[in-house]
Write a protein that binds this ligand. Sequence first.
Ligand SMILES: [Zn+2]
Length: 174
Amino acid sequence: MPRGLTQMSEGGGGKSKQNAGFKRVMLYDDGESSKLRFLTDADEMYFDWFHKYADPGDKWPTKRRICLRSALNAPCEDCDNELPSVYEWMAWVYVYTQNLGKAGDGRTPVTVGRRTYYQENCNEVRLMRYASFHKASVKAQYERLSTLLDYEFEWIRQGGEKDNKVSYVLERGD
Ligand SMILES: [Zn+2]
């Protein structure tokens, strides 16, 4: 995949695409997985403190606002209001498919070992955003391979929806 802004051509001007937003890599239940490729290498991943908040009608505070005090050493209203914060890292990935536990539109049943999952074709760029304690296996693969960019991986969730201990494992996918 092409990389480096200085290598980018001037083409593509004129037509602008409406930005429809982007999705996150989200796994909900034990054994669910994403087959993906990293577009951001581990040494370029962004991390910082983010305040958690919910929009009206949201069940959980899943939204994030960067902590201005941490990122820019600037006054932070959310800190003043004692809004809880989390330490998270982010990476852009290209997701090929996801194996999810629940059937859904356009999902095809697949058997992995003893279990049946429902495979969704994603084929799009998504954002990985996880708390710092989920970085261990990403860091381990990076140290072993010296880059994450040249390989396919499976990002696998361990722990069900109601487990309070959830972890993620990054395995080579090919
Ligand atoms: Zn803050």
